[in-house]
Write a protein of this length. Sequence first.
Length: 138
Amino acid sequence: MSAKDVTHTIVRHALEKDGWIITHDPYYIKVGGVELYIDLGADAIVAAERAGQKIAVEVKSFLGASSISEFHTALGQFFNYRLALEEKDPDRILYLAVPLNTYDEFFTLQFIQKAVQRADLKLLIYNELQEAISQWIP
Protein backbone atom coordinates (compact mmCIF):
# COMPACT_ATOMS: atom_id res chain seq x y z
CA MET A 1 0.00 0.00 0.00
CA SER A 2 1.36 3.42 -0.94
CA ALA A 3 1.74 6.28 1.51
CA LYS A 4 -1.12 8.71 2.00
CA ASP A 5 -0.83 12.07 0.30
CA VAL A 6 0.05 14.93 2.67
CA THR A 7 -3.38 16.50 2.14
CA HIS A 8 -5.30 13.25 2.66
CA THR A 9 -6.72 14.30 6.03
CA ILE A 10 -7.72 17.73 4.70
CA VAL A 11 -9.77 16.14 1.92
CA ARG A 12 -11.31 13.66 4.33
CA HIS A 13 -12.41 16.52 6.61
CA ALA A 14 -13.72 18.50 3.63
CA LEU A 15 -15.83 15.55 2.49
CA GLU A 16 -17.21 15.02 6.00
CA LYS A 17 -18.07 18.74 6.27
CA ASP A 18 -19.88 18.41 2.93
CA GLY A 19 -22.09 15.64 4.34
CA TRP A 20 -20.26 12.54 3.10
CA ILE A 21 -19.82 9.45 5.25
CA ILE A 22 -16.31 8.03 4.85
CA THR A 23 -16.74 4.29 4.33
CA HIS A 24 -13.20 3.34 3.32
CA ASP A 25 -9.81 4.82 4.20
CA PRO A 26 -8.29 3.53 1.99
CA TYR A 27 -10.68 1.90 -0.48
CA TYR A 28 -9.13 -1.50 -1.27
CA ILE A 29 -9.84 -3.30 -4.52
CA LYS A 30 -8.36 -6.55 -5.77
CA VAL A 31 -8.98 -7.17 -9.45
CA GLY A 32 -7.27 -9.44 -11.96
CA GLY A 33 -4.56 -10.38 -9.48
CA VAL A 34 -3.69 -6.73 -8.73
CA GLU A 35 -4.25 -4.98 -5.39
CA LEU A 36 -5.19 -1.29 -5.57
CA TYR A 37 -5.74 1.30 -2.86
CA ILE A 38 -7.80 4.38 -3.68
CA ASP A 39 -7.41 7.03 -0.98
CA LEU A 40 -11.04 7.32 0.14
CA GLY A 41 -14.47 5.81 -0.35
CA ALA A 42 -17.56 7.75 0.72
CA ASP A 43 -21.34 7.54 0.61
CA ALA A 44 -23.87 10.37 0.56
CA ILE A 45 -26.75 9.68 2.87
CA VAL A 46 -28.07 13.07 3.94
CA ALA A 47 -28.25 15.45 0.96
CA ALA A 48 -31.35 14.77 -1.13
CA GLU A 49 -29.62 15.49 -4.45
CA ARG A 50 -26.87 13.02 -3.59
CA ALA A 51 -28.71 10.45 -1.51
CA GLY A 52 -27.36 6.99 -2.18
CA GLN A 53 -24.45 8.24 -4.29
CA LYS A 54 -21.12 6.48 -3.74
CA ILE A 55 -17.74 7.96 -4.63
CA ALA A 56 -14.08 7.07 -4.47
CA VAL A 57 -11.51 9.84 -4.21
CA GLU A 58 -7.85 9.81 -5.15
CA VAL A 59 -6.11 12.70 -3.38
CA LYS A 60 -3.22 14.58 -4.98
CA SER A 61 -1.39 17.59 -3.54
CA PHE A 62 0.80 18.41 -6.59
CA LEU A 63 3.70 19.44 -4.35
CA GLY A 64 6.42 17.90 -6.55
CA ALA A 65 8.87 19.83 -8.69
CA SER A 66 6.93 19.17 -11.90
CA SER A 67 3.16 19.58 -12.13
CA ILE A 68 3.07 17.81 -15.49
CA SER A 69 4.92 14.81 -14.05
CA GLU A 70 2.49 14.70 -11.10
CA PHE A 71 -0.38 14.96 -13.60
CA HIS A 72 0.95 12.01 -15.61
CA THR A 73 1.05 9.89 -12.46
CA ALA A 74 -2.41 11.00 -11.36
CA LEU A 75 -3.84 10.31 -14.82
CA GLY A 76 -2.41 6.79 -14.85
CA GLN A 77 -3.74 6.04 -11.37
CA PHE A 78 -7.14 7.46 -12.25
CA PHE A 79 -7.36 5.29 -15.37
CA ASN A 80 -6.42 2.11 -13.47
CA TYR A 81 -8.71 2.85 -10.53
CA ARG A 82 -11.66 3.65 -12.80
CA LEU A 83 -11.09 0.38 -14.69
CA ALA A 84 -11.06 -1.56 -11.40
CA LEU A 85 -14.19 0.19 -10.14
CA GLU A 86 -16.02 -0.56 -13.39
CA GLU A 87 -15.45 -4.24 -12.67
CA LYS A 88 -15.83 -4.41 -8.88
CA ASP A 89 -18.05 -1.46 -7.89
CA PRO A 90 -19.61 0.08 -11.03
CA ASP A 91 -21.99 2.35 -9.10
CA ARG A 92 -19.10 4.19 -7.40
CA ILE A 93 -17.93 7.40 -9.14
CA LEU A 94 -14.21 8.16 -9.08
CA TYR A 95 -12.93 11.69 -8.44
CA LEU A 96 -9.44 13.14 -8.49
CA ALA A 97 -9.04 15.63 -5.61
CA VAL A 98 -6.70 18.55 -6.35
CA PRO A 99 -5.92 21.71 -4.36
CA LEU A 100 -7.62 24.95 -5.40
CA ASN A 101 -4.34 26.72 -6.18
CA THR A 102 -3.21 23.85 -8.42
CA TYR A 103 -6.54 23.89 -10.20
CA ASP A 104 -6.32 27.66 -10.76
CA GLU A 105 -2.69 27.63 -11.92
CA PHE A 106 -2.39 24.31 -13.75
CA PHE A 107 -5.75 22.68 -14.51
CA THR A 108 -6.99 25.80 -16.29
CA LEU A 109 -4.23 25.53 -18.93
CA GLN A 110 -5.64 24.73 -22.36
CA PHE A 111 -3.67 21.52 -22.85
CA ILE A 112 -4.53 20.22 -19.38
CA GLN A 113 -8.21 21.01 -19.87
CA LYS A 114 -8.14 19.06 -23.12
CA ALA A 115 -6.47 16.10 -21.36
CA VAL A 116 -9.02 16.24 -18.51
CA GLN A 117 -11.89 16.19 -21.02
CA ARG A 118 -10.36 13.42 -23.13
CA ALA A 119 -9.73 11.27 -20.05
CA ASP A 120 -13.18 12.12 -18.64
CA LEU A 121 -11.61 13.05 -15.29
CA LYS A 122 -14.01 14.02 -12.56
CA LEU A 123 -12.45 16.59 -10.26
CA LEU A 124 -12.99 17.54 -6.65
CA ILE A 125 -11.32 20.91 -5.97
CA TYR A 126 -10.46 21.47 -2.32
CA ASN A 127 -9.38 24.48 -0.29
CA GLU A 128 -6.54 23.41 1.96
CA LEU A 129 -6.80 26.31 4.41
CA GLN A 130 -10.54 25.99 4.96
CA GLU A 131 -10.57 22.17 4.72
CA ALA A 132 -13.52 22.57 2.38
CA ILE A 133 -14.61 21.51 -1.06
CA SER A 134 -14.53 24.47 -3.43
CA GLN A 135 -15.99 22.80 -6.49
CA TRP A 136 -17.11 19.51 -7.99
CA ILE A 137 -16.41 19.08 -11.72
CA PRO A 138 -18.31 16.03 -12.94
